[in-house]
Design a protein around this ligand. Structure first.
Ligand code: ADP
Ligand code: MG
Length: 329
């Protein structure tokens, strides 16, 4: 079964950024306001993420990396909302099957921290007491050490770093006002991504995508629809600004996802205003009633489906079009 587990885990964690996304969402779920990430060779040698969230109860450590261990299912109704993004209580388990995973954690009521090492889902020895700040630090070392073909296929640390940096930057923008982020390459002293918790969304977009573009952003939103059970808010470039590529940052219920249909229909709106070959920047946060979001999505496929898709897309399209018309002066 070790081999079966490893292959299944390798499906869930296809590259370092898949692991990082799961770990990062765990930090946010734990109420963290500060998240620091260090990557060595794009996360292939080392991926470390530290937060100042709730911490993990030391009693929970022995089973932490067993499949389906989750503290996030409080009642049965939660199942539909919680299962929205495919898999629950599988991230740490999966990572521990394809890497060495070390957890250092301390809750508000603990006097000291505990450090626990996991391999193949199992705690190695017993956790060691150790000084720590409140929160959790997860260290993933030697990813895919036991999947040599995968490891060879992912030899470009630079490529893996860029994928992770892109993902972290998007989460940093989305979490403006909630959490500050920093992402460093191993030896670098200055972070590659750095946002502060209290900076505005627009400031953080400027920090990452350039201040010239951020100045051209306009705010867009839809009214809360009781019938379609959704609302949207976001920031988009006006009709005077052209990006070289289409930057589309889409969050649904605070998870970074893709939606080809929505993307296409927004590009169509801009096509009426922008010269051919130029593109917008769009950041959009959608909140949709969890029971209306499709649960049958593979963890590594971020394409999401939801109920009333056509109507929701159309109402977003209209909101964007109205804004662009207004900015076209
Ligand atoms: P899930 O997030 O679906 O519950 P995971 O495998 O990602 O499953 O995490 C398992 C459990 O470990 C979580 O439910 C949570 O209790 C705990 N956990 C993981 N990361 C953190 C963290 N950074 N801070 C606090 N608790 C964490
Ligand atoms: Mg998780």
């Amino acid at each position: 079964t070790a081999v079966v587990n490893r292959i299944a885990a390798g499906e869930v964690v296809q590259r370092p950024c898949n692991a990082l996304k799961e770990l990062l969402e765990n930090c946010l779920d734990a109420g963290s306001t500060s998240i620091q990430i260090i990557l060595k060779q794009g996360g292939l040698i080392l991926l470390q993420i530290s937060d100042n969230g709730s911490g993990i109860r030391h009693d929970d450590l022995p089973i932490l990396c067993e499949r389906f261990t989750t503290s996030k299912l409080k009642q049965f109704e939660d199942l539909s909302s919680i299962a929205t993004y495919g898999f629950r209580g599988e991230a740490l388990a999966s990572i521990s099957h394809v890497a060495k995973l070390t957890v250092l954690t301390k809750t508000a009521s603990d006097v000291v921290g505990k450090k626990a090492v996991f391999l193949d889902g199992h705690l190695q020895g017993s956790p060691l007491s150790m000084a720590a700040n409140q929160g959790t630090q997860i260290t993933v070392e030697d990813l895919f050490y036991n999947l040599p073909t995968r490891k060879r296929a992912l030899k470009s640390g630079a490529e893996e770093f860029n994928r992770s940096a892109d993902m972290v930057a998007k989460y940093a923008i989305h979490n403006s006002g909630r959490a500050g982020f920093s992402l460093k390459k191993d030896k670098d002293t200055t972070p590659y991504v750095r946002t502060t918790k209290d900076a505005t969304l627009q400031t953080n977009i400027g920090q990452i995508f350039g201040h010239a573009m951020a100045k051209e952003l306009i705010e867009v939103a839809t009214a809360d629809s009781a019938r379609l059970k959704f609302k949207m808010s976001g920031w988009i470039t006006n009709v005077n600004y052209n990006c070289k590529k289409f930057n589309f940052l889409l969050f649904i219920n605070h998870r970074l996802v893709d939606h080809a249909g929505l993307k296409r229909s927004l590009q169509m709106v801009y096509n009426a205003y922008l010269p051919k070959g130029t593109h917008p920047f769009i950041y959009m946060s959608l909140e949709i009633a969890p029971e209306n979001v499709d649960v049958n999505v593979h963890p590594t496929k971020h394409e999401v489906h939801f109920l009333h898709q056509d109507e929701i897309v159309e109402s977003i399209q209209q909101a964007v079009d109205a804004k662009l018309l207004g900015s076209n002066t």
